[in-house]
Write a new protein. Structure first.
Length: 92
């Protein structure tokens, strides 16, 4: 990511798209439990909050190498979390 601002916007955009996809699947299918849908939406919002907060305060502000590795790890962790959520959505 080029900047912290773009990273946070990307996290928020993907989270909103996932929530939209969850509700869209809920509308299309009649046999989905509301409790599963609600727990998935809450999970996505918690991930959104967690990763935006992590993007706000990087470790080692004085050392650019530490900051760069911090954001690389943050982005890779976020990608893994989103892949997990997408698998859960597909299982609905």
């Amino acid at each position: 990511m080029a900047s912290r601002r773009k990273l946070k916007k990307t996290i928020k955009f993907v989270s909103s798209e996932l929530i939209t996809d969850i509700y869209f699947r809920c509308l299309l299918s009649k046999n989905i439990e509301e409790q599963k849908v609600d727990s998935l939406v809450v999970g996505v919002m918690e991930l959104n909050r967690e990763y935006v907060l992590r993007a706000n305060c990087p470790d080692g502000k004085d050392n650019p190498k530490l900051v760069k590795t911090y954001f690389r790890k943050l982005f890779s962790d976020w990608q893994l979390a989103m892949e997990k959520v997408i698998k859960e959505i597909e299982a609905l």
